[in-house]
Design a protein around this ligand. Structure first.
Ligand code: CO8
Length: 251
């Protein structure tokens, strides 16, 4: 299996599992990930995605990609993965345990939170292969770190340290290597204690900010705020605050 999955206390842990290829993403892994995301959808409060071995992922499988025709890439490419992730309403935490490059960084950027081990290295090295990023490495990256830093990474292909990623706002937190999964689980559990419905609404609203005009984003935020305000969990959360007790969320 190119992906290993376990569920612990309603937290899904997805491990990319082609360590001998630095978890390069081939079509089999795309299909495995799509299947697992669909399966986890109704089961978990949050998902952590990380890599087995010394890499998170070194990107698309270059050997497989080179063998694909234009028609194969367009018809069967990696789109199902991005569609499955876009449709996944629960938060996904990327825990970067090592090299995170090309499609690997694009996979991380399709997640909702990125934390990194100190030894992780990040970048978009596609230019070294004579190609460019194809799944967010010019768009999500630019909206996250700004045009000039994105140009530097996309046009040189150099890999940066986890701390440089942190300084650029690409990484939320850098932790010692041995603490990575502990911190990812701590964060997933902390989110998991909140109202699942409110978490979904908050995730949708924040993601919208990268996707639309300010006014459309504000409109969606307001709609989701009204929905959260009228929800069972919203009422319970506010009541519990006033009664000085812990809320009992339903979702
Ligand atoms: N594809 C296939 N095999 C790979 C890949 C890859 N992306 N990366 C590493 N490997 C293989 C190596 O060929 C090597 O195999 P072997 O042992 O048979 O020689 C094995 O993994 C170990 O790799 P290295 O010996 O190179 O390990 P190092 O620690 O020396 O180097 C690097 C690590 C710097 C990350 C290096 O492996 C490297 O440069 N890899 C290629 C990185 C790259 O160019 N990535 C971009 C790929 S293109 C892409 O991602 C487009 C995305 C399009 C959107 C779709 C996304 C799903």
């Amino acid at each position: 299996m190119t992906v290993q999955v376990e569920v612990k206390d309603r937290i899904g842990i997805v491990r990319l599992n082609r360590p001998e290829r630095l978890n390069a993403i081939n079509m089999e892994m795309v299909h495995d990930l799509v299947r697992e995301f669909n399966r986890l959808k109704g089961e978990v409060k949050a998902v952590i995605i990380t890599g087995n071995g010394k890499a998170f992922s070194a990107g698309a499988d270059v050997k497989e990609m080179l063998g694909m025709s234009l028609e194969d890439v367009v018809r069967e490419g990696h789109m199902p993965l991005w569609d499955a992730m876009r449709g996944f309403r629960k938060p996904i935490i990327a825990a970067l345990n090592g090299v995170t490059a090309g499609g690997g960084l694009e996979l991380a950027m399709a997640c909702d939170v990125i934390i990194a081990a100190e030894s992780a290295r990040l970048g978009q090295p596609e230019i070294n292969l004579g190609i460019i990023p194809g799944a967010g490495g010019t768009q999500r990256l630019t909206r996250t770190i700004g045009k000039y830093r994105a140009m530097d990474l996309v046009l040189t292909g150099r890999l940066i340290s986890a701390w440089d990623g942190y300084r650029m706002g690409l990484v939320d937190k850098v932790v010692p290597d041995e603490a990575l999964m502990r911190e990812a689980l701590r964060l997933a559990r902390e989110i998991g204690e909140r109202s699942g419905f409110a978490v979904e609404l908050g995730k949708e609203a924040v993601n919208k900010a990268l996707d639309t005009t300010l006014q459309q984003g504000l409109d969606l935020e307001r709609r989701n705020f009204y929905v959260s305000l009228m929800s069972e969990d919203g009422k319970e959360g506010m009541k519990a605050f006033l009664e000085k007790r812990k809320p009992q969320f339903k979702s």
